[in-house]
Design a protein around this ligand. Structure first.
Ligand SMILES: [Zn+2]
Length: 310
Protein backbone atom coordinates (compact mmCIF):
# COMPACT_ATOMS: atom_id res chain seq x y z
CA UNK A 1 0.00 0.00 0.00
CA UNK A 2 1.31 3.48 -0.81
CA UNK A 3 2.61 5.08 2.40
CA UNK A 4 3.62 8.66 3.25
CA UNK A 5 6.53 8.89 0.75
CA UNK A 6 4.50 7.48 -2.16
CA UNK A 7 1.45 9.66 -1.44
CA UNK A 8 3.74 12.70 -1.10
CA UNK A 9 5.34 11.88 -4.48
CA UNK A 10 1.91 11.66 -6.11
CA UNK A 11 0.70 14.89 -4.50
CA UNK A 12 3.84 16.74 -5.62
CA UNK A 13 3.15 15.53 -9.17
CA UNK A 14 -0.47 16.69 -9.04
CA UNK A 15 0.63 20.10 -7.74
CA UNK A 16 3.14 20.40 -10.54
CA UNK A 17 0.93 19.26 -13.43
CA UNK A 18 -2.77 19.87 -12.79
CA UNK A 19 -3.17 22.84 -10.44
CA UNK A 20 -4.86 25.60 -12.45
CA UNK A 21 -6.77 23.19 -14.72
CA UNK A 22 -10.54 22.61 -14.55
CA UNK A 23 -12.35 19.28 -14.46
CA UNK A 24 -14.55 18.95 -17.57
CA UNK A 25 -15.73 15.36 -17.09
CA UNK A 26 -15.35 12.31 -14.87
CA UNK A 27 -15.80 8.62 -15.67
CA UNK A 28 -15.64 5.47 -13.55
CA UNK A 29 -16.41 1.74 -13.63
CA UNK A 30 -15.70 1.26 -9.91
CA UNK A 31 -19.38 0.45 -9.24
CA UNK A 32 -20.08 -2.35 -6.79
CA UNK A 33 -23.42 -3.44 -5.25
CA UNK A 34 -21.57 -3.83 -1.94
CA UNK A 35 -21.41 -0.03 -1.72
CA UNK A 36 -25.11 0.77 -2.28
CA UNK A 37 -26.06 3.93 -0.32
CA UNK A 38 -22.49 4.38 0.90
CA UNK A 39 -20.47 7.61 0.70
CA UNK A 40 -18.25 6.26 -2.07
CA UNK A 41 -18.11 6.56 -5.87
CA UNK A 42 -18.66 2.78 -6.04
CA UNK A 43 -22.34 3.66 -5.38
CA UNK A 44 -24.02 4.88 -8.60
CA UNK A 45 -26.16 7.55 -6.89
CA UNK A 46 -23.16 8.84 -4.99
CA UNK A 47 -21.17 8.99 -8.21
CA UNK A 48 -23.92 11.17 -9.84
CA UNK A 49 -23.70 13.50 -6.83
CA UNK A 50 -19.88 13.43 -6.99
CA UNK A 51 -19.97 14.37 -10.68
CA UNK A 52 -22.29 17.36 -10.05
CA UNK A 53 -20.01 18.63 -7.27
CA UNK A 54 -16.81 18.60 -9.28
CA UNK A 55 -17.52 19.15 -12.99
CA UNK A 56 -16.66 22.71 -13.99
CA UNK A 57 -14.56 23.33 -10.90
CA UNK A 58 -10.93 24.35 -11.07
CA UNK A 59 -8.17 22.52 -9.20
CA UNK A 60 -6.50 25.07 -6.94
CA UNK A 61 -4.21 23.00 -4.71
CA UNK A 62 -3.37 19.50 -3.51
CA UNK A 63 -2.05 18.17 -0.21
CA UNK A 64 -1.44 14.93 1.65
CA UNK A 65 -2.95 14.01 5.01
CA UNK A 66 -1.73 10.60 6.26
CA UNK A 67 -2.19 8.31 3.22
CA UNK A 68 -4.97 10.46 1.72
CA UNK A 69 -4.65 12.72 -1.32
CA UNK A 70 -6.70 15.91 -0.98
CA UNK A 71 -7.41 17.84 -4.20
CA UNK A 72 -8.87 21.25 -3.42
CA UNK A 73 -11.29 22.86 -5.91
CA UNK A 74 -12.26 26.51 -6.33
CA UNK A 75 -15.88 25.82 -5.27
CA UNK A 76 -15.01 24.97 -1.64
CA UNK A 77 -15.08 21.27 -2.35
CA UNK A 78 -12.20 18.82 -1.86
CA UNK A 79 -11.77 15.46 -3.55
CA UNK A 80 -10.36 12.84 -1.17
CA UNK A 81 -8.57 9.88 -2.76
CA UNK A 82 -7.20 6.95 -0.76
CA UNK A 83 -5.22 4.67 -3.08
CA UNK A 84 -5.51 1.70 -0.64
CA UNK A 85 -3.62 -1.48 -1.69
CA UNK A 86 -2.89 -1.11 -5.39
CA UNK A 87 -4.18 2.28 -6.53
CA UNK A 88 -2.06 4.95 -8.14
CA UNK A 89 -2.81 8.21 -9.91
CA UNK A 90 -1.35 9.09 -13.30
CA UNK A 91 -1.51 12.03 -15.65
CA UNK A 92 -1.31 12.28 -19.42
CA UNK A 93 -3.30 12.13 -22.63
CA UNK A 94 -5.61 9.08 -22.66
CA UNK A 95 -8.34 7.84 -25.01
CA UNK A 96 -11.26 5.41 -24.65
CA UNK A 97 -10.41 1.97 -26.01
CA UNK A 98 -12.42 0.77 -29.02
CA UNK A 99 -14.89 -2.12 -28.39
CA UNK A 100 -12.44 -4.45 -30.12
CA UNK A 101 -9.51 -3.31 -27.94
CA UNK A 102 -11.68 -3.66 -24.86
CA UNK A 103 -12.62 -7.23 -25.78
CA UNK A 104 -9.02 -8.16 -26.40
CA UNK A 105 -7.27 -6.44 -23.51
CA UNK A 106 -10.11 -5.61 -21.05
CA UNK A 107 -8.57 -2.13 -20.90
CA UNK A 108 -11.12 0.71 -20.79
CA UNK A 109 -8.79 3.65 -21.39
CA UNK A 110 -5.39 3.71 -23.09
CA UNK A 111 -2.49 6.17 -22.90
CA UNK A 112 -2.07 7.94 -26.21
CA UNK A 113 1.74 8.16 -26.05
CA UNK A 114 4.38 5.45 -25.70
CA UNK A 115 6.39 5.44 -22.49
CA UNK A 116 5.98 4.64 -18.80
CA UNK A 117 2.21 5.11 -18.78
CA UNK A 118 2.09 1.88 -20.81
CA UNK A 119 3.86 -0.09 -18.02
CA UNK A 120 1.70 -3.24 -17.45
CA UNK A 121 1.13 -2.15 -13.80
CA UNK A 122 -0.68 0.92 -15.15
CA UNK A 123 -3.37 -0.83 -17.21
CA UNK A 124 -6.17 -1.05 -14.67
CA UNK A 125 -7.89 2.30 -15.16
CA UNK A 126 -11.09 2.61 -13.10
CA UNK A 127 -11.41 6.40 -12.68
CA UNK A 128 -10.73 9.19 -15.18
CA UNK A 129 -10.94 12.95 -14.70
CA UNK A 130 -10.89 14.80 -18.02
CA UNK A 131 -9.14 18.15 -17.64
CA UNK A 132 -9.51 21.46 -19.48
CA UNK A 133 -6.26 20.86 -21.44
CA UNK A 134 -7.74 17.59 -22.81
CA UNK A 135 -5.34 15.51 -20.73
CA UNK A 136 -6.49 13.15 -17.99
CA UNK A 137 -5.88 12.37 -14.36
CA UNK A 138 -6.56 8.63 -14.00
CA UNK A 139 -6.43 6.00 -11.28
CA UNK A 140 -5.12 2.51 -12.03
CA UNK A 141 -6.16 0.04 -9.35
CA UNK A 142 -5.93 -3.69 -10.07
CA UNK A 143 -7.61 -4.79 -6.80
CA UNK A 144 -10.24 -1.99 -6.95
CA UNK A 145 -9.94 -1.13 -3.23
CA UNK A 146 -9.39 2.61 -3.79
CA UNK A 147 -11.69 5.14 -2.13
CA UNK A 148 -12.83 8.43 -3.71
CA UNK A 149 -15.26 10.94 -2.21
CA UNK A 150 -15.94 14.69 -2.24
CA UNK A 151 -16.13 16.76 0.96
CA UNK A 152 -16.89 20.41 1.77
CA UNK A 153 -13.40 21.89 2.21
CA UNK A 154 -14.42 23.67 5.42
CA UNK A 155 -15.63 20.39 6.98
CA UNK A 156 -12.56 18.36 5.96
CA UNK A 157 -10.90 17.96 9.31
CA UNK A 158 -14.05 16.86 11.10
CA UNK A 159 -14.79 14.25 8.40
CA UNK A 160 -14.75 10.67 9.69
CA UNK A 161 -11.93 9.70 7.32
CA UNK A 162 -9.63 12.41 8.68
CA UNK A 163 -10.58 13.50 12.20
CA UNK A 164 -9.01 10.53 14.01
CA UNK A 165 -5.59 10.80 12.36
CA UNK A 166 -2.45 11.21 14.45
CA UNK A 167 0.22 13.87 13.84
CA UNK A 168 2.26 14.13 10.65
CA UNK A 169 5.74 12.79 11.44
CA UNK A 170 7.64 15.04 9.01
CA UNK A 171 6.15 18.30 10.31
CA UNK A 172 8.94 20.27 11.98
CA UNK A 173 6.54 20.91 14.87
CA UNK A 174 6.45 17.15 15.59
CA UNK A 175 9.18 16.72 18.19
CA UNK A 176 10.50 13.86 20.32
CA UNK A 177 8.21 14.77 23.23
CA UNK A 178 5.16 14.58 20.95
CA UNK A 179 6.35 11.24 19.61
CA UNK A 180 6.65 9.75 23.12
CA UNK A 181 3.29 11.15 24.07
CA UNK A 182 1.44 9.63 21.10
CA UNK A 183 3.17 6.25 21.43
CA UNK A 184 2.15 6.00 25.06
CA UNK A 185 -1.51 6.06 23.99
CA UNK A 186 -0.84 2.37 23.32
CA UNK A 187 1.60 1.36 26.11
CA UNK A 188 0.85 -2.36 25.76
CA UNK A 189 0.91 -2.42 21.97
CA UNK A 190 3.56 -4.10 19.83
CA UNK A 191 5.73 -1.33 18.42
CA UNK A 192 5.37 -2.25 14.74
CA UNK A 193 1.57 -2.27 14.95
CA UNK A 194 1.54 0.98 16.93
CA UNK A 195 3.76 2.73 14.35
CA UNK A 196 1.33 1.64 11.62
CA UNK A 197 -1.75 2.78 13.58
CA UNK A 198 -2.93 5.89 11.71
CA UNK A 199 -4.57 7.30 14.85
CA UNK A 200 -1.15 7.31 16.58
CA UNK A 201 1.10 8.64 13.77
CA UNK A 202 -0.03 9.35 10.22
CA UNK A 203 1.36 7.80 7.04
CA UNK A 204 3.54 4.84 8.15
CA UNK A 205 2.72 1.35 6.83
CA UNK A 206 4.30 -2.07 6.47
CA UNK A 207 7.45 -1.27 4.48
CA UNK A 208 8.61 1.87 6.25
CA UNK A 209 7.84 0.54 9.77
CA UNK A 210 10.21 -2.41 9.12
CA UNK A 211 12.96 -0.09 7.89
CA UNK A 212 12.43 2.37 10.78
CA UNK A 213 12.69 -0.37 13.44
CA UNK A 214 15.83 -1.80 11.81
CA UNK A 215 17.54 1.59 12.12
CA UNK A 216 16.31 2.04 15.69
CA UNK A 217 17.70 -1.41 16.76
CA UNK A 218 14.24 -2.39 18.06
CA UNK A 219 12.48 -5.73 17.49
CA UNK A 220 9.02 -5.30 15.88
CA UNK A 221 7.27 -7.25 18.68
CA UNK A 222 8.64 -5.01 21.47
CA UNK A 223 6.07 -3.69 23.94
CA UNK A 224 5.88 0.11 23.63
CA UNK A 225 6.17 0.95 27.36
CA UNK A 226 9.28 -1.26 27.76
CA UNK A 227 11.39 0.37 25.04
CA UNK A 228 14.28 2.39 26.47
CA UNK A 229 14.35 6.15 25.97
CA UNK A 230 17.62 5.87 24.06
CA UNK A 231 15.97 3.61 21.47
CA UNK A 232 12.84 5.76 21.31
CA UNK A 233 15.07 8.70 20.43
CA UNK A 234 16.76 6.60 17.75
CA UNK A 235 13.34 5.57 16.45
CA UNK A 236 12.16 9.17 16.32
CA UNK A 237 15.23 10.13 14.26
CA UNK A 238 14.86 7.09 12.00
CA UNK A 239 11.19 7.94 11.28
CA UNK A 240 12.28 11.33 9.94
CA UNK A 241 15.28 9.84 8.06
CA UNK A 242 13.61 6.81 6.52
CA UNK A 243 10.48 8.67 5.38
CA UNK A 244 12.54 11.52 3.91
CA UNK A 245 14.72 8.98 2.11
CA UNK A 246 11.55 7.36 0.72
CA UNK A 247 10.51 10.73 -0.72
CA UNK A 248 14.01 11.39 -2.11
CA UNK A 249 13.90 8.05 -3.95
CA UNK A 250 10.45 8.84 -5.42
CA UNK A 251 8.70 6.20 -3.30
CA UNK A 252 8.78 2.42 -3.28
CA UNK A 253 7.58 0.25 -6.17
CA UNK A 254 7.90 -3.23 -4.58
CA UNK A 255 4.19 -3.45 -5.33
CA UNK A 256 2.08 -1.51 -7.84
CA UNK A 257 3.03 2.03 -6.92
CA UNK A 258 3.99 4.32 -9.79
CA UNK A 259 4.28 8.14 -9.86
CA UNK A 260 1.96 10.34 -11.94
CA UNK A 261 4.08 9.74 -15.05
CA UNK A 262 3.66 5.98 -14.59
CA UNK A 263 7.28 5.58 -13.44
CA UNK A 264 8.61 3.43 -10.58
CA UNK A 265 10.20 4.91 -7.49
CA UNK A 266 13.51 3.38 -6.37
CA UNK A 267 13.28 3.09 -2.56
CA UNK A 268 12.85 -0.71 -2.90
CA UNK A 269 16.46 -0.91 -4.13
CA UNK A 270 17.55 0.39 -0.71
CA UNK A 271 15.64 -1.92 1.67
CA UNK A 272 17.68 -3.16 4.60
CA UNK A 273 15.09 -5.66 5.87
CA UNK A 274 11.75 -5.49 4.03
CA UNK A 275 11.48 -8.69 1.94
CA UNK A 276 15.19 -9.40 2.50
CA UNK A 277 14.48 -12.62 4.47
CA UNK A 278 17.49 -14.94 4.80
CA UNK A 279 20.08 -12.35 3.83
CA UNK A 280 22.91 -11.28 6.17
CA UNK A 281 22.17 -8.11 8.15
CA UNK A 282 23.66 -5.13 6.30
CA UNK A 283 24.51 -3.26 9.53
CA UNK A 284 28.27 -2.87 9.88
CA UNK A 285 29.74 -5.48 12.22
CA UNK A 286 26.40 -7.25 12.85
CA UNK A 287 26.56 -11.05 12.32
CA UNK A 288 22.73 -11.33 12.21
CA UNK A 289 20.34 -12.65 9.57
CA UNK A 290 17.10 -11.05 8.34
CA UNK A 291 14.05 -12.97 9.56
CA UNK A 292 10.36 -12.71 8.79
CA UNK A 293 7.55 -13.28 11.28
CA UNK A 294 3.82 -12.94 10.90
CA UNK A 295 2.21 -10.12 12.86
CA UNK A 296 -1.51 -9.40 12.65
CA UNK A 297 -1.76 -11.19 9.29
CA UNK A 298 1.18 -9.30 7.74
CA UNK A 299 4.91 -9.89 7.57
CA UNK A 300 7.44 -8.15 9.81
CA UNK A 301 11.09 -8.26 8.72
CA UNK A 302 13.96 -7.68 11.14
CA UNK A 303 17.54 -8.60 12.04
CA UNK A 304 17.59 -11.45 14.56
CA UNK A 305 20.68 -10.06 16.31
CA UNK A 306 20.87 -6.28 16.68
CA UNK A 307 17.12 -5.55 16.93
CA UNK A 308 16.41 -6.05 20.64
CA UNK A 309 13.08 -7.34 21.97
CA UNK A 310 11.90 -5.15 24.84
ZN1 LIG B 1 21.77 -6.78 12.47
Amino acid sequence: MPELPEVTTTVNGIKKEVVGLSITDVWTDYFSPLYTDKEHIKDKNYFSYFKKQIIGAKIVDAERRAKNILIHLDNNKTILIHMKMTGHIMYGPYRRSTPKEKRETKETWLPVLDGSLKDPFNRFIHLVFTLSNNKHLVMSDVRKFGKVIVIETGALHSHKDLHHLGPEPLETSFGFKDFKEVLLKKPNGKIKQVLMDQSVIAGIGNIYSDEILYEADVHPLSTVSKIRDKNLKKMFDSIKNVLSKGIDFGGDSTSDYRNIYGESGTFHHHHKVYRETGKPCPKKGCPGTIKRISLGGRGAHFCDTHQILY
